[in-house]
Design a protein around this ligand. Sequence first.
Ligand SMILES: [Zn+2]
Length: 128
Amino acid sequence: MNTPISDTFSQQLREMRQTLLAQLREQRGGKIGRAEAAADAREQQSDDWAQADAERDLSIALEERESAELVAIDDALKRVADGSFGLCVDCGVSIPTARLHANPTSLRCVACQEKLEQASGEAPRAGY
Ligand SMILES: [Zn+2]
């Protein structure tokens, strides 16, 4: 189930998640929104599940793009947990490790991703 390679990506995904959350807090210039106030309140209960809930609440207040990125990271972590990480969701082949290193939230092999982007007409996500 947890092969060494998925452990490596699990670690990378968790770091991405933390970095993204930290960036978002910074972007908001220290303004405390409702979600964050709720997060602070829950942190005082201080256990892991409360923390996870707080981060989920915080994500609701985020911009759509960043939220989508968080969701993608959480999905990838779920896939690590259930053993399907690194397999193309469309054709089931192993996604090349180099591609996963470049973007650990990749769901598809290059061929299927290209097909999808051509079909949907959406611009491919740059920067990863
Ligand atoms: Zn594929």
